[in-house]
Design a protein around this ligand. Structure first.
Ligand SMILES: [Zn+2]
Length: 147
């Protein structure tokens, strides 16, 4: 028996949809959630089978504020994945949430249709997308924080 099989027998989730489904379902309801270890309280993003801090499989979900800092971003103009080809150009950001975890997300363009107003280390906020958009492309959307 391989190590992988031993770990799976120990409780690994083998279906990616089972692992990430709650994240997408929350986005469809306008909420941003991350995994939370129910043993050591570590917040986890992206969803994992085990807590990276204490290796517990006792994981739940935690709704976060949606406030964070834009760590970096890029504008994708060519070669998007298949379900995103109609979206190009679009902006992908890495946001570090105030609660700690960071995630890749979509960035809303400004009123001029560009992303020229973004700079690294800028404050940003989660903005719920409509459920149809989330069903097609389950990604969290962020915009520049006001004020
Ligand atoms: Zn833990």
């Amino acid at each position: 028996m391989s190590v992988t099989n031993v770990l799976r027998d120990g409780g690994y989730i083998q279906n990616a949809e089972e692992l990430t489904g709650p994240f997408g379902a929350a986005l469809a309801e306008g909420k941003l959630i991350v995994q939370r270890c129910l043993d050591c309280s570590a917040l986890i993003m992206y969803p994992k089978y085990r807590c990276p801090t204490c290796f517990s499989g006792n994981l739940g979900w935690h709704q976060v504020s949606g406030a964070g800092t834009l760590a970096t971003f890029t504008i994708l103009r060519y070669g998007p994945p298949s379900s995103f080809d109609v979206e190009a150009p679009y902006c992908i950001g890495i946001v570090k949430l105030d609660e700690g975890p960071q995630l890749m997300c979509r960035m809303h363009p400004g009123s001029d249709g560009t992303w020229d107003h973004y700079v690294c280390e800028q404050r940003v906020n989660f903005v719920p997308a409509d459920a149809a958009e989330v069903a097609e492309r389950p990604a969290a959307w962020f915009s520049a924080a006001l004020g």
